[in-house]
Design a protein around this ligand. Structure first.
Ligand SMILES: Cc1cc2nc3c(=O)[nH]c(=O)nc-3n(C[C@H](O)[C@H](O)[C@H](O)COP(=O)(O)O)c2cc1C
Length: 164
């Protein structure tokens, strides 16, 4: 798939087959994230991967718990505050890291959904996972093999996005 088609056909996937996502692919997903750009190349992202033994406990902390339950793997993305130099720019870098992972996931015909609502219960999630110190949860990705092909996406027209 060419890069333009890849970008345009990526969709959030919220229902998954029971199939396992191989560990090698999970490693490649993180590798795609690792190569994202960051301010001063500070690479402030940190990752945690949860499989079926641990992931379902997270479902209690978001109204999108059904997505977590359906997914085969969960990737949590943290900001390492010790690596931070500018909070705004660090968050942008983490966004780039996540988009790299989402595009790689799509290129492998897997699916994912970026879950942000769960951050409303960040403290409780971090307590559940015993994450301490300098790490701040910024995003959760539910990953798996898509149950069906998602519908075509909708976007504002390009014209409406360009300032005059
Ligand atoms: C920062 C952020 C937070 C999001 N949080 C959630 C979420 O909590 N639950 C959910 O179902 N989708 C979530 N999404 C996915 C968006 O709803 C989705 O990207 C958007 O509707 C566009 O659809 P598409 O990804 O299929 O193109 C989130 C996306 C982003 C970028």
């Amino acid at each position: 798939m060419d890069i333009f088609t890849l970008i345009k056909t990526r969709r959030s996937v919220r229902k998954f087959k029971k199939e396992k996502v191989p560990d090698t692919l999970i490693e490649n997903i993180l590798e795609a994230g690792r190569w994202a750009p960051s301010g001063l190349n500070n690479q402030p992202w940190r990752f945690m991967v949860l499989g079926k033994e641990k992931k379902d406990a997270l479902a209690e902390y978001t109204k999108y718990g059904y997505i977590i339950k359906s997914a085969n793997k969960i990737i949590l993305v943290f900001l390492d505050k010790d690596a931070s130099y500018n909070y705004e720019k660090d968050l942008m870098a983490i966004g780039a890291c996540i988009q790299n992972m989402l595009l790689y996931i799509h290129s492998e015909k897997l699916g994912a959904c970026w879950l942000g609502e769960i951050l409303n219960q960040r403290e409780q999630v971090q307590k559940e996972l015993e994450v301490k110190g300098s790490f701040k949860l910024e995003a959760v990705l539910a990953v798996g093999s898509p149950l069906s092909l998602p519908k075509q996406g909708r976007r504002k027209t390009l014209k409406s996005l360009i300032l005059k």
